[in-house]
Write a protein that binds this ligand. Sequence first.
Ligand code: NAD
Length: 261
Amino acid sequence: MSGELAGRRALVCGASAGIGRACALALASAGAEVTVLARSRDRLAALVPELEAAGAPRAAFLAADLDRREETRRAVEELLEADGSFHILVNNAGGPPSGLLSEAREEDFLTAFGRHVLSSQVLVRALLPGMAAAGYGRILNIVSTSVREPIPGLGVSNTIRGAVASWAKSWSRELPPGVTINNVLPGFTDTDRLRALKEQVAARRACTPGEVLEAWLAEVPEGRLGRPEEIAALVAFLAGPRAGYIRGQSIAVDGGRTRGI
Ligand code: NAD
């Protein structure tokens, strides 16, 4: 896919670690200019030369907290004003904490809704005029297989992922030709998030993290965790010209774990 995204500009959120970071590197390898957004200025600054080494003709960062939507909106609008529009947006951020619905507090839902739905809404509205003017836009949302099958012990996350999927499907009917939106649904993927989740589940079930991993992998026909780069490979494809007729879809990259057809 080398060079396929030459001349395209991408904004990748939650890009200081895990899947978001891998997406930024995959888009850079395909020749896109990449701006990475997350909270940690230091981690983002360290990523910029890596993106350039991977193939981005230009890379930059924007330190912003997606939980502070008004500040983020202003920062992104200033960036658009100063630097021009983007063709590709990857909506991604840290997932909601694990836990049963019976223990979830109202604010847990509100925080997760804000981070995963409202921040994406702010970013799409900010970037859409530029995408529409260019006649080329790719909006990719990193969601979860829980869009299809709720995952036990992730009550708030399951709820919010469904909302993201409905939000994206609604946008897919509203966006102009040439501007698509799709959801990528990672399965168990080897990142900081999954490692933290493994510890939390182990503590709740009074077992070892190794036993949690074993139980997870028993559900995965590929018999291993996914790699962030495997999620990013689909994101890079969907961001490219060959994916122009794929619109409003939710595609799992989960080693076959999801049982539904
Ligand atoms: P991660 O925790 O490793 O990385 C999350 C990234 O988002 C980091 O760069 C973090 O700094 C950034 N971030 C978090 N909160 C932010 C905020 N308020 N503002 C700006 N940036 C913020 O997570 P990951 O494993 O890469 O997962 C990415 C997404 O995919 C999450 O929504 C996660 O729930 C989902 N997901 C992950 C898995 C998995 O197994 N790893 C499976 C299904 C879904």
